[in-house]
Ligand binder design. Sequence first.
Ligand SMILES: Cc1cc2nc3c(=O)[nH]c(=O)nc-3n(C[C@H](O)[C@H](O)[C@H](O)COP(=O)(O)OP(=O)(O)OC[C@H]3O[C@@H](n4cnc5c(N)ncnc54)[C@H](O)[C@@H]3O)c2cc1C
Ligand code: FES
Ligand code: FES
Length: 1272
Amino acid sequence: MLLSFLRKNLRLTGTKYGCGGGGCGACTVMVSRYDPQTKNINHWSVNACLLPVCQLHGAAVTTVEGIGSTKTKLHPVQERIAKAHGSQCGFCTPGMVMSMYTLLRNNPQPTMEDVTEGLAGNLCRCTGYRPIVDGYRTFCEVNSSRPELFSKGDLLPLDPTQDLIFPPELMRLAEVKDQTTQRFCGERMTWISPGSLNELLQLKADYPQAPLVMGNTNIGLDMKFKGIFHPVIISPTQVISEWFVFVGVCVGAGCSMSFLKSVLERSINDFPPESTHMFRTLLQQIKLVGGQQIRNVAVSTLGGNIASAYPNSDLTPILAAGRCTLVALSKDGRRRVPIDKDFFLGFAKTVLKPDEIVLSVFIPASRPNEIVHAFRHAPRKESALATVNAGMRVWFNENSNVVKEISIYYGGVGATILSAERACQQIVGRPWEEATLSDVYSTLVDEIKLGPSAPGGKVDFRRSLTLSLFFKFNLLDVTQVDIPQKMQSAIQPLPKHIQPGYQEFQNVLEGQSAQDPVGRPMMHRTALSQATGEAVYCDDLPQTDGELFLVIVTSSRPHAKITHIDFSEALKLPGVVDVITAKDIPGKRFRTFTGYDEELLAEDEVTCVGQMVCAVVAESKAHAKRGAAAVKISYEDLQDRIFTVEEAIEKESFFLPRRQIERGDVEKGLREAEQVYEGEIRIGGQEHFYLETQSFLVIPIGEEKEMKVYLSTQHPAFTQVSETLGIPSNRVSCHVKRLGGAFGGKVTKTAILASITAVAASKTGRPVRCVLERGEDMLITGGRHPVWGKYKVGFMKDGRITAADFQYYANAGNVVDESVLVAEKILLHLDNAYNIPNLRGRSAACKTNLPSNTAFRGFGVPQCMLVVESMIDDVALKLGRLPEEIREINMYKEVSLTHYKMEFDPENLVRCWNECMKKADFRQRRQAIDIFNQQNQFKKRGIAIVPIKYGIGFAEAFLNQAAALVHIYKDGSVLVSHGGTEMGQGIHTKVQQVASRELNIPTSLIHISETSTQCVPNTCPSAASFGTDANGMAVKDACQILYNRLEPIRKKNPKGTWQNWIITAFLEKISLSATGYYRGHDLDMDWEKQEGKPYAYFTYAVGCSEVELDCLTGEYRTLRTDIVVDIGRSINPSIDIGQIEGAFMQGLGLYTMEELKFSPSGVLYTRGPSQYKIPSFCDVPLKFNVYLLAGSSNPHAIYSSKGIGEPTVFLGSSVFFAIKDAVTAARKDAGLTGPFQLNSPATPERACLACATHFTQMVYESYSNPFLSDPP
Ligand SMILES: Cc1cc2nc3c(=O)[nH]c(=O)nc-3n(C[C@H](O)[C@H](O)[C@H](O)COP(=O)(O)OP(=O)(O)OC[C@H]3O[C@@H](n4cnc5c(N)ncnc54)[C@H](O)[C@@H]3O)c2cc1C
Ligand code: FES
Ligand code: FES
């Protein structure tokens, strides 16, 4: 693929690997081709991970390195994303830059819609997208009178003369139109690109099983992820791509979606308007296929889409409904084949013969009185495969509403697209009116059936979608009659225009020196390098001499004894050097977490699918992968498998200790309450989805057992592999330059993976690299704990909660990892912002046979609080009051004790609440929403406001410490090292600001190179929102020591410069190097006594969100979010606001869209961005405002700031509760009131079913079981 060619062969490492499957955009590059007919040069953004290099003959490829650099000149797209604070960890940034760059090459004055469309295929896990949108908004508009986090005045202008020219030799090549056959032979595979159609047909006859690789978006994924091997591949891209106009449009099967889009746009202009219905519909549908890169050249062709015959294709239902035909060609001749129900035979099967190719597709123009529409519903609004889609066409008799012909096709409801033939027969010859349609719904519900275990699940939802999509078709211009105002909401699109956000922060104190950067918005210190692709991540390190690659072999059984590991076949394969098993580990074969041992490599027994068993090291990644596939592990299955928390409870399978905490007398509180309610909620897990997967490079030095470990970890000291190798720690140095995101996921499993890689390096005596593929990473490393929360609450009619009793069960997985600590933290946040006098919580970390879960931003708190807030919602619904009223009534209002008896002052919590209410204009909007909901039947709006009180610091006192090492060199430049790792949260930038203030020098003199155990030993993890608090203090200490040492020199020469003082100090033999140390708070929690001071202080925040929900599909948009946060005095408002927005979006993903799916035998299905949806550009609140609370300070942390990395994840739940609020309004229309259970994530499926519309009821009624009054 182009990606590995760029990275390994050309050493252009700016282009990143994020998923390898076209789903994340990290590998985006620009491909340009010269068109000899039009004399134009066309540019496309494409996914390098899907693009075979052989396909690029005659094309120019531009990577991020080619458009600008910090060494020469930046390109404006690089500068603007950096200056707008749109690059945190930076791993996604080159891909963003290249998507935007390509857009500007094609359209130098884009609209905001163009920008969001152009970036839809790019994912970012850190920023929350708002700053990227705002940075690139500057290409669309310039004026703004508001205070901003970055100044637009000094941005580089867009200058086309800066762009590289298209190579003239490629133009000449294109003019000549080389017809010779190209043949590329690899170690195992031959790639043939025929020069003529005849040759293609001959090849197809010779190799009928060889696939035609066009865009490679389907075949490439099969080869990569399913291990399908094709010895011969035929690539006919130049042979079958022309198009021409007939009484419709005839398109070459090899044309890309983007090209088809432009053909249709042209046809819409050229044809009479009444004939263009089909073209417009198809155009609208194409715009929703994948992201821009997927639709582009050489990627994703029309012919490939049809021939792939997969059931979720967005095009085939509409092509079938729209009477399209194709021309199939083979050596035996050509035939015209209708694309209809008879064309698709089953999953990935068509009537095409093995030696036939699709030459072209004919798309007919619409006839008078013919109406065509297409629909799709997907788990994410953009860049996601459809759950259900449909193509519908009706042709009426002239001047009549009697149906002459109708065609309805659905995708996503079977192994192939389905024609609703019986429903169609119901309509033909009848007038299009209520009675007819009512018969159609009844027939459809009977005709489009899915078995309870149909692949893809979501059976009721998919069935209800088939009805509601037809309902939408009916309401669209089909009826030609006035639709009642209330029903129009069924077809009005959800709002999608992203408006500029507002960010408010405190100004620095009057009198602060202009040079002092503390408290000012300052760009991430390496944002420009990140935007130019110069920033070095672990896998960007150049290959070292003799380097090997390691691939992990994992268990395929959830619980089994290992009876034998046979790697003899693997060792015979070319390139395979060795296989590493537990027996090869010279030191400890396990790591210990919270008193439990975790094996590095399983020896006798496996306890989950995905557990690491052994590892293959080989000369290259490809060889190691082949070797890993050849390892045979024999198992003896053990029957006592546990997957769910219910099973764990039944079998008492827990990691101990189980904790409990109580204040007051819960039983008494419940007895005295006027009402008691019992409820529950389930919160699904979450994948970290850091863009950079786990990466390691271990280099044996070859002398005195020294090892250098380069890796991507939050906790370098913990990954010091000395225990595993049985050598002293002073022989191993760990180096972390930066991480491409972590979010808690690069601590424990990272240590294990580093240890395994180190064993391989030690055994072979050669450098070993290990970089997990996305699927491996998702399978092996676990994520956030899914939690089942149950509660019993007692309350008074006036809304006061008198008692609450909570029970939490977290699915910990097969090993303990940090699960016991997570279960503890859950209990410590039980009170959230509420003073509930009688409060009890119990939590359990359930031991199951799923991959172990681990730390994840918020460490259990986001799960804990969702349960608490659900309880509040239920109390409100029980009392018929608004949730915000119940929240306000029960909130802490004066200096109080938490349930673990820690005193705190909630003043700033209450201020955040009041400010948020005010800034969000909450009460007026609540009224406006009520009116909207009365006027609209199928779209409902909802609003919610939630508070958070989040404890900062580690409850384990020893982790609250940090050290730093500061060197001043003779030229005055300063090198700062500290124990924190830079993973996008901006710790190095903040530390640089600290050093600048303390040494009173500009930040430009201060450098931070990496985090290394050689400079700072015994580091603590960069976690718990405590990194800057601790390391900032250590750096401050070191800088103050140095500054004081220079005092005599400064006194002697007060007018001297920094450089003068330093050189004088050196000549006077004053040490210019100092260590700093911070002995943090002595925090503790006594679980026996159920009291303690586990946190240094609290960060407070309140978030308010409003959504609009389509009750027919469950799709929603966040219309607006306002967040007010108390972070004391921010050291760097742009970085802190970035953390707030990024965490909020991660919370939004957790609570509304990210769903992990396991098979009944514990196999993780969701192993990449195509199955697991994290928020994308389309999920950003349309208006996103963040306010840092004014006039706040904090005596417990550096410069009066507060930790902020984790707390606002929970504010994403404001979107969850806003959806629930909208659902409540829909249920009211359906006559349902009172509490109802909405589990997290509130996916479209759950939201739609909970709305209990007429169509979902029809689906339930269609079962022999009576209608379920409480939808699942
Ligand atoms: C990240 C991602 C997102 C996607 N999102 C969507 C989406 O939202 N909606 C949607 O509909 N699709 C989506 N797709 C699927 C994509 O549209 C199809 O994979 C694509 O259209 C297939 O075309 P291709 O040229 O890449 O086919 P290839 O992978 O090159 O080939 C696929 C198959 O078709 C056969 N074939 C190709 N051309 C011909 C021909 N002319 N004659 C006969 N056989 C042929 C090949 O032999 C092969 O078996 C997505 C794919 C990816 C990777
Ligand atoms: S790496 Fe290519 S799209 Fe993710
Ligand atoms: S900055 Fe986008 S993934 Fe980290």
